[in-house]
Design a protein around this ligand. Sequence first.
Ligand SMILES: [Zn+2]
Length: 134
Amino acid sequence: MLYECIFPEMRNRIFEMMGSSIEEIGAFDFGGPGDIWDTRRHWNCCPACRSEFPSLPAVLEQAGRQMDQVFAASLWVMKDRFLARKASLAKARSAVNAYPAMIAELAHAEELVHEELVHVLGTATTLYKGEETE
Ligand SMILES: [Zn+2]
């Protein structure tokens, strides 16, 4: 017996994703990890979509690995920027005066890194495991 999709808009989104390349999905053409999670959650709940698109989890896992590379590259850029900023602060001021500014920069960098890591965690749970974040 054939099932009917419980939410055809989501079915169309999956259909479009399955017709796209891993690179397009991994480049966030279909949204970030949260949007992908909506798709994956629908797939988990919808017998029609599970039957029509059995390879969706494998495709999303591959796309997730690509997203990981994007986040890793972004973290490297942040590290390079921080080190450059630290070097310029040390050059511009005496060592004692440079420390407060460096600490402030470090706190700011930590915030940015934290945000990026939240995305990475979201990618891992939503795309690899198909689980809800939080
Ligand atoms: Zn469906």
